[in-house]
Design a protein around this ligand. Structure first.
Ligand SMILES: Nc1nc2c(ncn2[C@@H]2O[C@H](COP(=O)(O)OP(=O)(O)OP(=O)(O)O)[C@@H](O)[C@H]2O)c(=O)[nH]1
Ligand SMILES: [Mg+2]
Length: 409
């Protein structure tokens, strides 16, 4: 009996050993078969190079770019071919800190076609899908009603104004104020995250900012807010005032007009602020970082606001920036509680750095908050005298505390 049991045991052990090996080998070969190895034709354009790219197909088989995040959202960058390295730097930072966990798509916009090199490198840097779109000429160039002679005169006489003599800068600000959200590709999305070349995100996100905005009923999120150069917008505020007079129905009852029209200096006490000669105090959200709902910009109210400003010609006869134009529109047309200050992300766009004030948040979100030694401005912008953040806390959406939002999941 003992002998029989012993022999049966040996038979079972041998059977077990060979069946495990058989199934292991089978699943390995099935796995290998499921991976499509690229056929290699060195003469084919964009063919993978055997020495480098071919192994990527094994490690990251097709389908790996599938979006994980649940929001109808995209990352958007308007930029030039010449800014490729800066674009890659910003992408690397945002992918590492946020998007590799969500794989939201990237949309690149340009008024001239993107180069093959730009397309290839940005596609390799992205974790999700990537689209490269050409802006139609009529969305980029000055509208037909703009008087060319008057525009040229303004460009020639604006060398003392920051970017004042560049026609392309005026096109860019005009486009970012009234056209980006109408681009065909962006019509597919509800939310966007604006990214510029050469920026850096200083902390891990640890949550989906699109989801946060949607679930807390916000339409717009910013990080930095400070003062605009008044000589870029001499007639902006008078134009806004006449718009408000003619369209009182569009002004939101819980607007944030106080945020952009209060003038007392005591909030930023010890240095005299640049005086503003109009009721507009020059505060604006820095629009190179925006996470927002495209439907706000596509709304009838914003459309009427933008058209009114556009018809006045100020985008071309002066050098109106998209930042004050967005900010004033948001302050008039939205409930102030629908605007969110992202105080926990940390952001750098030369020459300013913004970082979370709390040491605990900086540590747990792995922030790197050292200002660049090459920059003259060493303090984080939020405590700088030119910051409008204290004004936002006092007159805008107020000061919120991070633990009001369950941001660590
Ligand atoms: N395609 C294209 N993109 C542009 C052009 N001018 C500016 N941009 C992009 O528009 C955005 C804003 O331009 P910037 O030059 O960064 O303007 P800025 O932030 O006011 O100025 P900086 O302080 O120099 O960064 C960036 O994403 C640029 O890449 C242009 O002529 N063509
Ligand atoms: Mg910039």
């Amino acid at each position: 009996m003992i002998r029989h049991t012993f022999i049966l045991g040996i038979i079972l052990a041998v059977y077990y050993y060979y069946s495990v090996e058989y199934f292991e080998n089978r699943s390995k070969s099935q796995l290998l078969q499921s991976i499509e190895f690229p056929s290699y034709n060195p003469l084919e354009k964009h063919a993978p190079k055997l020495a480098s790219n071919s192994y990527l197909d094994v490690k990251y088989p097709k389908g790996a770019r599938q979006q994980i995040g649940k929001e109808n959202a995209t990352l958007v960058m308007l930029c030039r071919n010449s800014e490729l390295e800066g674009a890659l730097k910003s992408m690397r930072s945002l992918e590492d800190r946020f998007n590799r966990h969500y794989k939201y798509p990237w949309v690149f916009l340009n008024e001239v076609p993107f180069s093959d090199e730009f397309i290839e490198k940005t596609t390799l840097m992205a974790s999700g899908k990537v689209y490269h779109e050409l802006i139609p000429e009529e969305d980029w160039e000055a509208p037909k009603f703009i008087n060319e002679t008057k525009l040229q005169e303004s460009l020639d006489s604006s060398h003392h104004i920051i970017y004042g003599s560049y026609r392309s800068y005026r096109n860019m600000c005009h486009f970012n104020s009234g056209y980006f959200y109408r681009q065909k590709r962006l019509l597919d999305y509800e939310w966007y995250f604006r990214v510029e070349p050469d920026v850096e995100y200083m902390c891990d996100f640890q949550y989906d900012p699109f989801e946060l905005l949607r679930t807390t009923n916000k339409m717009y999120g910013f990080i930095v807010t400070f003062l605009e150069y008044e000589n870029t917008i001499p007639t902006l505020w008078p134009t806004v005032e006449s718009f408000m007079k003619e369209n009182p129905d569009l002004i939101h009852p819980n607007n944030s007009l106080d945020f952009i029209t209060t003038h007392e200096n005591s909030l930023n006490s010890y240095i005299d602020l640049i005086p503003s000669s109009s009721d507009y105090n020059l505060c604006h959200f820095w629009s190179n970082f925006e996470i927002a709902n495209l439907n706000f910009f596509r709304s009838e109210a914003y459309g009427r606001y933008f058209d009114y400003l556009d018809k006045s010609g100020g985008f071309y006869y002066e050098r109106w920036g998209d930042a004050p134009v967005h900010t004033i529109g948001l302050s008039i047309l939205l409930d102030k509680n629908q605007i969110h200050h992202f105080e926990d992300i940390g952001y750098y766009h030369a020459p300013y750095l913004s970082c979370p004030g709390s040491g605990e948040v900086r540590a747990s979100k792995r922030c790197i908050c050292e200002p660049r030694t090459s920059e003259k401005i060493k303090k984080p912008i939020d405590v700088d005298v030119y910051s409008c953040l204290p004004r936002w806390w006092k007159y805008g959406g107020g000061k919120r505390f991070l633990n009001e939002i369950d941001y660590i999941r």
